[in-house]
Design a protein around this ligand. Sequence first.
Ligand code: ADP
Length: 286
Amino acid sequence: MLFIKINLRPNRSLQRFGLLIPSKTAFMIAIAPYYLETQKESEVFQHAFKNKLPLLIKGPTGTGKSRFVAYMAHELDKALITISCHEETSSTDLIGRFIIKGAETVWQDGPLTTAVKEGALLYLDEVAEARPDIIVAIHSLTDHRRELFIDKLGLTIKAHEDFMLVASFNPGYQKGFKELKPSTRQRFLAISFEYPDAKKEIEILMNESGINKDDAKKLVAIGQKIRNLTELGLAETVSTRLLVDAAKLIESGLPKRLSVNVAVVQPLSDDADTIQALNDLAGLMI
Ligand code: ADP
């Protein structure tokens, strides 16, 4: 599968040699990713693309946002570049930088510039985590101008007509700390992702892991039960991703309770009493 996920974790030695961003080409997703539609999200995406409007996908972690974007890139037959944003992701990482090559200094496009030039889908995963200068950099790309200003080159480039900006944002995460400003949010169409209903989540688990329907049902029931346990005060609750992981472990032969413990319970809490309570509850259900 030709698909790059560029994770811009700061790596000083790589940064120094300009090797951090393999941005020469955007990549195509050769094999159709499995994605089960939960609302009319692909229609919304298609129309956003057609109308050259940027799209913000809101929702908790593990609800299928990234999978959906990969699926849409394949559906639209467009290249996809994903950037996992974090507090050190800067506009230079996205736009590009001068690097030393032999005796020369050469310009190297960053992934945003590549996507703008080549007409790829650019997915900024967890955009609220990035530094504010990123928001400034994408400003003129999110309105009718659809252009990118590269200050280090003193150049403005018009976006390829197939360029599309997609960003994800987890509104519940670090509440009040890393919110997106209303003025930024209003530059995007926005769609909300929630956990799928039980029927769909069972189908996803079966498809992703090959697990039988009976066990998939039990895992989904555990997930739903824990999601309703607000009194435990968990920072994040059971995502579809965690349930898929548990299903994969069960399918590969790990005992069911142990699978739920390591894939669902332990990732949710470090508190011994909470872990015990969740294991007791899950143990009764599987
Ligand atoms: P997010 O980007 O929201 O954190 P992901 O897209 O990485 O979440 O989804 C996590 C996992 O959950 C996927 O790898 C996939 O196994 C599963 N998943 C969640 N929702 C769906 C869906 N609607 N269709 C198919 N798989 C899904």
